[in-house]
Design a binder for this molecule. Structure first.
Ligand code: GLU
Length: 573
C-alpha cells in the first residue's frame, strides 16, 4: 500500500465502498446519440429568480426537443445559505409552468428515479468515495490550515476580480505533507479539508467548449481548490462533476457566472477521469435601469426578478413561456408570425439558435405577448383563469412586495365571480369573438379595474370618479342629453335601433350628427355625435374608452344602465 493510500484510509475510515461500486450502480442510460439528458439543479436559497427559470426552461426544451430526459437535483450543500421551503417553491414554480421533471427530487421530498439520491446532502458518501480515491492516487490531499474555509473565501474573492483568461497560482502549503505528518495532525484532533493538487501553472491555457459560444481557450486552473470542506461536504466544484457523471447528464445548462470557475471544473473532471459534459452558459437577463443604462435584473430592485411576481400579477403561463422562448431562440418571432395560433410547445426549439449577448427582459413586451394570448382565449378560459388567480392571490406576499394596488380584495372578487359565473362569461365575451378582438387585458389582476363597471366596482360618488378630462360638473349639454336618453333607452333594442335612438336624442339636444357640418359650424352645436356617445359611455362605464357600449348595456340590463344614467345626472348637475 502506498503512503497516499494509507493517508486516504486514515482520512476516510468510514468509506468502505470504492468508486467501482457507484460506477456499477448507475448504469449507462443507453440512449441513442443526440438524445439529451439535462438537469435543473437549484440551490434552495430563496425564491426562484427569473434567470434561473430561464435556464430551467432551456433545460426542459433541450431534453424534450431530443426526446430526452430532464431531471431535478437539489444542490443543498451550503447549509448557511439555505432558506427553508425554497426546494418546494422551485418545484412548484416549475410545475405551475408545466415543466415536470422526468426524474429527480420531488415535492414530497422523495426521490423519483434510479440515479438518486437527487439531493446533494444525501450523497455525502458518494462524494467522499471519489475524494478518497483522489487522495489515494496522490491527486488530492488533506489541508489542516486554520480555517480552511476562510482561506477559500479569500481565494474566491481574488478570483472574482480576475477575468477567466488569467488564473492566479495558489498552491497550498499542506500539499506535500508526509504520512507521519498527517498522522500526527489527525492524532492532535485537527480538522481538515480535502484539496485538489492542481497541476496548473500560471499562464497555462485550457480549451473549453460551450455549445452556444463554441470553443475557447481560457486560463487553466492552478489553485489547490477545496474538494471536501472540513464538515465533510463538497462545494459545487466537486459535487456537480460527480453528480452529472453518475446521473449521465449530457448537457449542463447554467448561468454565465460559472464561467470564471470553469477551469477548476475542467481540472476536477480530468482528475476524476470523467468524460467532460457539454456546457451551455446562459446569459444574464438585463433591463434598462433608472439612468437609461443596461443593467442586470436584480433581486433587490426588481419585483419581476422573482417568479412569484408573474403568478401574483396573473400573467398567463403561456405568455411567460412564450416571451422567454422569444429571448432564448432568435427565430421564435418569425415562427410565431408564421404560426399565430400554434401551441408554443410545438415550436421547434434549437440550442444552436441561442444568443450569447444578455437579452433585455422587458415587462412591457411581455405584457404585449400576454395581451395577444388573452385576446385569443375563450370567455370561459378568461373566467377560469381570472378566478384561479383571485383564489390563489397571496395577501402576505403582496404586502411584502410592492404589488400592484387592487380595487378589490381578490378573495371577495373570487366570491363574486363564483356567484355570477354566466354574467362574468357574458362580460368576457364582449368584443371577443370578432376578427380583431381587443387586446386590453395583460394580466388577470387587470380584470377588476378594467371591468370595474361590470363587476359592481364602479360606484361613483362625485364627478371625479369618472375617468375623463372633460369638465362634467354643471355640464348642461351632457345633462340634457342623458336625461333624454334615459327615457328612451332599452336593452331589448337591436343594435341599429339602439344607435338610432342615440342619434335622435343627440339631435334633439343640439349635437351635430353630421361631423362635416359640425366642423364647418362648430359654434352652432354643443358638440358632435362622438361627444354625445362619450357622455353616454362615461355615464354607463365611468370611462371614455371601453369595449362595445351596446354589448355592455345588453349585459348590464335596463335597471343598472338606467341607475347609472340617474347617478351621472345627479353628480354632474
Ligand atoms: N446550484 C447551482 C446554482 O444554483 C447550479 C449551477 C448548475 O446548474 O450547475 O446556481
Amino acid at each position: 500500500m502506498t503512503d497516499f493510500e494509507k493517508i486516504a484510509n486514515l482520512l476516510f475510515p468510514n468509506i468502505t465502498k470504492d468508486v467501482e461500486y457507484w460506477e456499477n450502480k448507475y448504469k449507462s442510460r443507453n440512449l441513442p446519440d443526440g438524445v439529451e439528458v439535462t438537469r435543473f439543479a437549484p440551490s434552495p436559497t430563496g425564491y426562484m429568480h427569473i434567470g434561473h427559470f430561464f435556464g430551467a426552461n432551456l433545460d426542459y426544451r433541450l431534453a424534450k426537443s431530443t426526446n430526452g430526459l430532464f431531471l431535478f437535483r437539489l444542490e443543498d450543500t451550503d447549509k448557511k445559505r439555505e432558506i427553508e421551503g425554497s426546494d418546494i417553491v422551485a418545484l412548484k414554480t416549475l410545475a405551475y409552468y408545466g415543466i415536470v421533471p422526468d426524474e429527480g427530487f420531488t415535492v414530497n421530498r422523495t426521490d423519483n428515479g434510479n440515479y438518486g439520491p437527487y439531493r446533494q446532502s444525501d450523497r455525502t458518501e458518494i462524494y467522499q468515495t471519489y475524494a478518497k480515491k483522489l487522495v489515494a492516487e496522490g491527486k488530492a490531499f488533506p489541508c489542516f490550515c486554520d480555517k480552511p474555509e476562510g482561506k477559500l473565501d479569500v481565494i474566491e474573492k481574488r478570483e472574482q476580480q480576475l477575468n477567466s483568461d488569467s488564473q492566479i497560482e495558489e498552491k497550498d502549503p499542506c500539499r506535500n505533507l508526509t504520512l507521519s505528518q498527517v498522522e500526527a495532525k489527525l492524532k492532535a484532533g485537527k480538522s481538515f479539508c480535502i484539496r485538489l493538487k492542481s497541476n496548473g501553472k500560471e499562464g497555462d491555457k485550457v480549451k473549453v467548449f460551450d455549445v452556444v459560444r463554441g470553443e475557447r481557450e481560457i486560463g487553466a486552473n492552478c489553485k489547490d481548490v477545496v474538494l471536501i470542506k472540513d464538515n465533510g461536504i463538497p462545494p459545487y466544484a466537486f459535487a456537480h462533476p460527480i453528480d452529472d457523471h453518475l446521473m449521465k447528464v449530457t448537457t449542463v445548462v447554467r448561468g454565465e457566472e460559472w464561467i470564471s470557475t470553469w477551469p477548476q471544473h475542467v481540472e476536477i473532471f480530468n482528475a476524476l477521469g470523467f468524460k467532460p459534459v457539454k456546457y451551455i452558459h446562459t446569459p444574464v437577463l438585463c433591463k434598462i435601469g433608472e439612468n437609461g443604462n443596461k443593467r442586470k435584473i436584480s433581486k433587490s430592485k426588481d419585483p419581476e426578478a422573482d417568479m412569484r411576481y408573474y403568478i401574483q400579477a396573473g400573467l398567463p403561463k403561456q405568455a411567460v413561456l412564450e416571451y422567454l422562448l422569444n429571448l432564448l431562440n432568435s427565430n421564435f418571432e418569425d415562427w410565431r408570425a408564421k404560426n399565430p395560433n400554434e401551441n408554443v410547445e410545438n415550436f421547434p426549439f434549437s440550442a444552436k439558435k441561442i444568443g450569447t449577448s444578455s437579452p433585455f427582459f422587458d415587462v412591457v413586451k411581455l405584457e404585449d405577448v400576454s395581451k395577444n394570448i388573452i385576446s385569443k382565449m375563450t370567455a370561459e378560459q378568461v373566467y377560469e383563469e381570472t378566478l384561479n388567480w383571485a383564489l390563489n392571490y397571496d395577501e402576505e406576499f403582496a404586502n411584502q412586495t410592492n404589488s400592484q394596488k387592487l380595487n378589490v380584495k381578490p378573495s371577495d372578487f373570487a366570491e363574486y365571480l363564483k356567484n355570477n359565473k354566466q354574467y362574468a362569461i357574458d362580460t368576457f365575451s364582449i368584443d371577443r369573438y370578432t376578427a380583431k378582438p381587443r387586446k386590453d387585458i395583460a394580466k388577470w389582476s387587470d380584470v377588476p379595474s378594467y371591468f370595474n363597471y361590470m363587476f359592481g366596482l364602479f360606484n361613483p360618488t362625485s364627478v371625479s370618479d369618472y375617468e375623463s378630462d372633460i369638465e362634467l360638473k354643471y355640464n348642461t349639454s351632457a345633462l340634457s342629453l342623458i336625461k333624454e336618453y334615459r327615457h328612451v333607452f332599452s336593452c331589448e333594442d337591436d343594435k341599429e335601433t339602439w344607435f338610432n335612438k342615440i342619434k335622435e336624442v343627440a339631435k334633439t339636444c343640439n349635437f351635430a350628427i353630421d361631423n362635416k357640418e359640425y366642423k364647418q359650424n362648430p359654434e352652432c352645436y354643443v358638440g358632435n355625435l362622438a361627444l354625445a356617445c362619450t357622455y353616454i359611455r362615461l355615464a354607463v362605464t365611468g370611462k371614455t374608452n371601453s369595449p362595445d357600449l351596446y354589448s355592455i348595456c345588453k349585459v348590464l340590463k335596463d335597471d343598472v344602465v338606467k341607475q347609472r344614467l340617474t347617478t351621472f345626472m345627479e353628480l354632474i348637475k
